[in-house]
Design a protein around this ligand. Structure first.
Ligand code: LLP
Length: 422
């Protein structure tokens, strides 16, 4: 459920007509619903508690939506943060996330980032390889600290989803094998700069079948039990993120309740804290990208192009993953649906949001919303074609606030410097 609904023929976000925001801020613009973010977080938390989990750590994957106001909305409910860079640690801290609720993942953490994480006192650094384990140990020793680490395992399961976002197969770059994990965990226990506290996995994103997840989690349980049996201290099992969301044209993926029940079943009696790194399932359906129709361009052979003022630099998912986003007019016009190709103004054919989509009739000047754009939308936006970075707005009830303004052209150019020889 989300809070983007038609009221009197107008698309609203909670109590605010989206058109009102677009008029005031201009388009394109991302708009997020606080109530939806809060609902998705609490539904997941309550489902995990109902499944018998004690004190689960729900670390929102900052990469999905890194806006500090969004992070703060979730942090106020007790959410932690799953981060993959120093920049994301800084964002989580700026949003008031306690360091003990921050989990630091990623295959290529730099020495400086590791040092920053240790100074910050993050809950856990997820180690992705043996060289990284050694590096963290060195940094820990240099700083006179023992880094709390979890070993990220690659459970070697096929989780489906798009090839570019599947992470759990042995051929992917993430994590180590189970045998390696056991060896590294034991080694880490004897390294002066490390304190191993757990094991972690994450098998992919937009997963719509719980089968592969369950298979991976069962293997992870086995690993925890083996480490216990070896007399090693282990207190946390991090099961990553990855739960899919409905993008409108797909079969309904399993919901948080079903996921939580499965996790509860698989981990029953294990006696470790469970951690989760959900991104999409919390943020995707809590945000939309609003854009304006520039032209309707009809080609002689009959193809109808809706040319928007939003482009692949603002929402790259369709160009990058062939992702489907529902497109809804802010003020739907009456009449039979018309088949359109919806494109942006960027000079490449990849700047196509959809082809052959039946939509209600459109005219130049109309406003539309790309639905389910709250995850991996603004977070992946760029200034390609020197288009100013897309702004973001947060709605709460009948209030709304610009939480990242659109930069001016002067601000865009100010970031650059002349070379002395030019
Ligand atoms: N934890 C780790 C270690 C991850 O790599 C990811 C996502 C997550 C958690 C959060 O996964 P989620 O719950 O959001 O599925 N840009 C792509 C998605 C990339 C996902 C990368 N890793 C997209 O737009 O579909």
């Amino acid at each position: 459920m989300n809070h983007f609904e038609l009221q009197d023929g107008q698309l609203f976000c909670e109590g605010v007509p989206l058109a009102k925001i677009a008029e005031a801020v201009g388009s394109p613009v991302y708009v997020y619903s606080s109530a939806t973010l809060e609902r998705h977080y609490t539904v997941l938390r309550d489902a995990l508690l109902a499944a018998g989990l004690k004190d689960p750590l729900i670390a929102f994957a900052v990469k999905a939506n890194s806006n500090v106001a969004v992070l703060k909305t979730l942090a106020n409910l007790g959410a932690g943060a799953d981060v993959v860079s120093e920049g994301e640690i800084r964002r989580a801290l700026a949003a008031g996330v306690a360091p003990e609720r921050i989990v630091f993942s990623g295959v290529g953490k730099t020495e400086a980032e590791i040092a920053f994480a240790l100074e910050t006192g993050v809950a856990e650094i997820n180690v992705e390889s043996e060289p990284e384990l050694r590096l963290i140990d060195q940094v820990g020793q240099r700083l006179g600290k023992r880094a709390t680490v979890a070993i990220r395992v690659n459970p070697d399961v096929e989780a489906g989803g798009h090839a570019k976002i599947s992470t759990g197969k042995a051929e992917n770059k993430f994590g180590v094998s189970f045998a390696e994990a056991e060896r590294l965990y034991a080694n880490a226990s004897n390294m002066a700069g490390l304190k191993p506290v757990g094991v972690a996995c994450h098998i992919g994103s937009q997963i719509t079948d719980l089968g592969p997840m369950e298979a991976a989690f069962r293997k992870m349980r086995g690993l925890v039990e083996r480490l216990h049996a070896e007399g090693l201290h282990i207190e946390r099992l991090d099961l990553g993120g990855g739960l899919g969301v409905p993008y409108f044209n797909q079969p309904e993926p399993p919901g948080p309740e079903e996921y939580a029940r499965m996790v509860g079943r698989v981990t029953e009696g294990l006696g470790v804290q469970l951690a989760f790194e959900p991104g999409r399932v919390i943020a995707a359906n809590a945000g939309v990208l609003v854009a304006r129709v520039q032209h309707i361009h009809v080609r002689p052979e009959g193809r109808r192009f809706v040319v928007l003022d939003a482009a692949m630099n603002d929402l790259v998912r369709p160009a990058m993953y062939d992702a489907y986003h529902d497109i809804r007019p802010l003020n739907p016009r009456p009449g039979e649906p018309v088949v359109y190709d919806v494109v942006g103004p960027v000079c490449e054919t990849g700047d196509t949001f959809t082809r052959d989509r039946a939509l209600s009739p459109m005219e130049a000047g109309d406003l539309i919303a790309f639905m389910s754009a709250g995850a991996y939308g603004a977070a992946m936006a760029s200034e390609y074609n020197s288009r100013p970075l897309v702004p973001e707005v947060l709605v709460r009830g009948d209030q709304w606030a610009v939480v990242r303004p659109r930069p001016t052209y002067a601000e865009m150019l100010e970031r650059e410097r002349p070379a002395p020889w030019l």
